[in-house]
Design a protein around this ligand. Structure first.
Ligand SMILES: Cc1cc2nc3c(=O)[nH]c(=O)nc-3n(C[C@H](O)[C@H](O)[C@H](O)COP(=O)(O)OP(=O)(O)OC[C@H]3O[C@@H](n4cnc5c(N)ncnc54)[C@H](O)[C@@H]3O)c2cc1C
Length: 327
């Protein structure tokens, strides 16, 4: 018995298929999201000679990176958009194709899944969710200030990524409570001049938080924040203490985890919405995998890529247990 299967234009033959009747016309894996995690998985899976689809709605957090300097292998740094383009070109070299589509549901379908998009519905034996997160922005910060400020490094979202770039600069964190405190203290490792500004009103800090900030010399200013503007080489805003200017400002307002597709399908997630996976990136639903920011862990490109490599290899091995993968 032979089954002919197409990998985006190339045809693959599997001989001696043990259970063809169990396998309707399905792809081996549907990857949802073409950020660093999804693209890494696409490269691996395509190179394993598996049939994949890669759906993406075009809002990778990596595309917001003006120039990353902590991603290994690029001594002069690389922009997030260039990195994504290079990864996509690499995936395409092995037959993968990014399809511009938003996935709206993942449903169990016999031995696999039915993935519903705004373009149609598709079957797959496995699904990898690599949908990332969306950072909450200060409400009063309009896109016409936000985007150029981000591009110029006046606004930043990731102290782990680019705290080095603000070494000895005048820095503010927009946030409060435990989360705001932790981000301010982290940035204190890069500069003495850190101000923690509450986004909406007065700070909400318990005694331990307030003491830790005082000990580290972090200035506290109440909100509300407003009147954002780029002024010269700084980003300025109004606070309860008047107008203030900083070399760089980090919103620390949390993020929306784009895990709803998996959660709606029954996958376990943390209280914040991060998908829970085992050390092979398996969610609590057999055949459904997750990698990258959508999973609890370090929100970094390197981590997203590493998780995706693990997920892709586990997917390949799972499929080969169900049916030998042979040329
Ligand atoms: C300003 C900024 C600077 C950063 N700097 C660095 C840095 O220097 N170094 C570093 O390591 N990290 C950095 N990061 C973090 C890094 O961008 C993320 O960790 C990384 O992008 C995570 O990759 P991901 O593939 O998990 O998610 P993402 O890159 O966010 O990709 C997720 C993809 O899934 C798609 N998607 C979501 N939902 C759907 C759906 N329903 N249907 C179809 N597609 C969907 C989205 O459109 C998106 O393309 C930075 C982040 C920001 C915001």
């Amino acid at each position: 018995m032979q089954i002919m299967r197409a990998i985006h234009g190339r045809r693959i033959t599997r001989n001696d298929d043990p259970a063809p009747a169990l396998w309707p016309a399905m792809d081996d894996c549907i990857i949802i999201g073409a950020g660093p995690a999804g693209l890494t998985a696409a490269i691996y899976l395509a190179r394993f000679h598996l049939s994949i689809r890669l759906f993406d709605s075009g809002s990778s957090r990596a595309a917001m990176i003006p120039c990353t300097h902590n991603h290994a292998g690029y001594p002069d740094g690389i922009s997030g958009k260039d990195l994504l383009a290079a990864m996509l070109a690499q995936a395409e070299r092995y037959g993968a194709r990014r399809e511009a589509a938003r996935v709206t549901a993942i449903e169990r379908d016999g031995p696999g899944f039915r993935v519903v998009t705004d373009q149609g519905a598709y079957g797959a034996r496995t699904v990898l969710l690599a949908t990332g997160v969306v950072n909450h922005r200060p409400k009063s910060l309009l896109p016409e200030v936000h985007d150029p400020a981000l591009e110029r490094g006046l606004l930043r979202y990731c102290p782990v990524c680019d705290g080095y770039e603000v070494t000895d600069m005048r820095v503010a964190v927009i946030g409060t409570s435990d989360h705001g405190m932790r981000e301010a203290l982290f940035l204190r490792g890069f500069t003495r001049d850190v101000t923690l500004i509450a986004p909406e009103a007065e700070h909400m800090l318990d005694e331990a938080c307030a003491r830790a900030l005082d000990e580290a010399g972090v200035v506290r200013v109440d909100g509300p924040c407003g009147g954002w503007a780029i002024e010269g080489e700084q980003l300025a805003l109004d606070t309860a203490a008047g107008r203030m200017r900083f070399d760089s400002i980090y919103p620390a307002l949390g993020s929306r985890i784009r895990s709803h597709l998996a959660v709606a399908a029954g996958a376990r997630a943390t209280d914040e919405g991060c998908l829970e996976v085992d050390d092979h990136q398996r969610t609590s639903i057999p055949g459904l995998f997750a990698a990258g920011d959508v999973v609890k862990g370090l929100d970094q490109i390197s981590h997203a890529m590493g998780e995706a490599g693990v997920a892709a290899t586990t997917i390949r091995n799972l499929l080969s247990e169900q049916r030998p993968i042979r040329r």
